[in-house]
Design a protein around this ligand. Structure first.
Ligand code: NAD
Length: 486
């Protein structure tokens, strides 16, 4: 029998319940009879306590020498690596991804922490020619208290890209994970504490919008880092206001162009990986396919066959390609969009239904879905579904394809499949997206490469992952002028 966890907040060095006594349940999305844990449903008052505790302790953590801060991150990475296999199983149970997907995440997370441990040692200022007899130099200091609010789709990887650099720079962090993945949120904090992080330098506040809004709205929080939907991001942006730092990474509606010269098997494989990996719940997931009319029918045939061949089931099951959606609201939203697509006149050629049979009747499963006959005015083409649904549109000329691809409020990731390098590079130049993939899935990215979107996908205030950019976000620059007294 798998255990039911009793989750706690971590505030002022103690594991505590919400002062209100409120809790919420988290259940396995593949099997609603399996109660993963009971967690504090924190109130605004709990968040205020967490901010107070971190505000008190952050200055001392900021004075810890950088090599010691780096060592804490290195040790946390060691701990996470030792526990990678058990964490992967917990990740499948809590969030629903397949074991292979969970394993990739549990391997990447410690690497992120190691990367930022290195960055802790590279925080540097400049010196300038003095206009008088003295010296002028700049320092980079921690901001103080960072508020980190995260989604559930990468519950270790994404927070490690926020907590890692924030702590490396000497900030204290109030961390509010998603209520869909509270256990994994707690696991990351446990590893950091076990690694020797000063207990007051971090607070963990479990819960939903109330707890998150109280963290980001608190003026003692000097920098807010958020990853999640564009809708929530907009709210946070106005709550943070102009005088505090705010970094928002948000939704996407990511297209892949397939040119007439493309290897269609290759195109199919990378679209299927980008669209149905993580059950379509990656921010960079492929959700639009723009295909040249000369290869449209063949590609649709291949995509439908590939989608139909995927095995949908619980993430720990043998041979499972696609797990459940992470939550009931995710299933409802996906099914709603499938119905909207049909009503708008798009034709479903694969999926568009829930799987039948044992193993899937207690979870939030849906078959990977391919719509053809889509047009730009359709909601399934314009709005982020965040489920395993692709909308296929046909185009005649390359210029038309570029226009269609860029005709979106979002600007996160885009791909092209072609043998024509000139066309590919022209697409890379013209694409209004933060990430461009040539003959690769829209998902997946390098750990040290700048990551972030354009348009409604990001505030574009400092890219994630990029070492120096992240460290700039989590530090503030000060100019110091010195004159010696004679
Ligand atoms: P969400 O916006 O619903 O929630 C994200 C977090 O914000 C959660 O912790 C939630 O509790 C919290 N929250 C909700 N309301 C809040 C408020 N008013 N103030 C403060 N915090 C609040 O998103 P989600 O469902 O967790 O994640 C899915 C979304 O995240 C998708 O839109 C996806 O594209 C996006 N995403 C983006 C990236 C990226 O890097 N661009 C990566 C992963 C996911």
């Amino acid at each position: 029998m798998t255990p039911t966890h009793e989750g706690r907040n971590y505030i002022a060095g103690e594991w505590v319940a919400s002062a209100s006594g409120r809790t919420f349940d988290r259940r396995n999305p593949a099997d609603q009879d399996d109660l993963v844990g009971v967690f504090p449903d924190s109130t605004a008052a709990d968040s205020a306590d967490a901010v107070s505790a971190v505000a008190d302790a952050a200055p001392a953590w900021g004075r810890v020498p950088a090599p010691e801060r780096a060592l804490v991150l290195q040790r946390a990475a060691d701990i996470l690596e030792r526990r990678a296999d058990e964490l992967a199983v917990e990740l499948v149970r809590e969030e629903g991804k397949t074991l292979a997907e969970a394993t990739a995440e549990t391997r990447r997370t410690p690497q992120n922490l190691r990367f930022y441990a290195g960055e802790a040692l590279r925080i540097a200022g400049d010196s300038f020619p003095s206009e008088g007899q003295g010296a002028v130099y700049t320092t980079r200091e921690p901001v103080g208290v960072v508020g980190a609010v995260t989604p559930w789709n990468f519950p270790l990887n994404i927070p490690s890209r926020k907590l890692g650099p924030a702590l490396a720079a000497g900030n204290g962090v109030v961390y509010k994970p998603s209520p869909v993945s509270p256990l994994l949120g707690q696991r990351l904090v446990e590893a950091l504490l076990e690694a020797g992080l000063a207990p007051g330098a971090i607070a963990l506040v479990q819960g939903g919008a109330e707890a998150g809004a109280a963290v980001v709205g608190d003026h003692r929080v000097g920098a807010v880092t958020f990853t999640g939907s564009t809708e929530t991001g907009r709210r946070i942006h106005s709550a943070v206001g102009p005088s505090r730092r705010c970094q928002l990474e948000m939704g996407g509606k990511n297209p892949v162009l397939v040119l007439p010269d493309a290897d269609l098997d290759r195109a199919t494989a990378l679209i299927v990986k980008g669209a149905f990996g993580l059950s379509g719940q990656a921010c960079t997931g492929t959700s639009r396919v723009l295909v040249h009319e000369s290869v449209h029918d063949r590609l649709v045939e291949l995509l439908a066959a590939a989608a139909d061949s995927l095995t949908v089931g619980p993430g720990l099951g043998d041979g499972v390609d696609m797990g459940p959606l992470a939550a009931d609201f995710q299933l409802r939203k996906t099914l709603d969009y499938v119905a909207i697509g049909c009503k708008e006149g798009a034709e479903p050629v694969a999926g568009a239904q829930r799987p039948a049979g044992p193993g899937t009747d207690r979870g939030f499963f849906v078959r990977p879905t391919v719509f053809t006959g889509c047009t730009t005015d359709m909601r399934i083409v314009r709005e982020e579904i965040f489920g395993p649904v692709i909308a296929v549109q046909r185009f005649g000329t390359f210029e038309e394809a570029l226009t269609l691809a860029n005709d979106s409020d979002y600007g996160l990731a885009a791909g092209i499949v072609t043998r024509d390098l000139n066309r590919a590079l022209e697409f890379a130049r013209s694409s209004k997206n933060g990430l461009v993939k040539i003959n690769q899935p829209t998902t997946g990215m390098g750990m040290t490469v700048p990551f972030g979107g354009l348009k409604e996908s990001s505030t574009q205030t400092f890219k994630e992952q990029a070492g120096n950019s992240m460290m700039m976000f989590y530090t503030q620059e000060k100019s110091v002028y010195i004159s010696a007294l004679s």
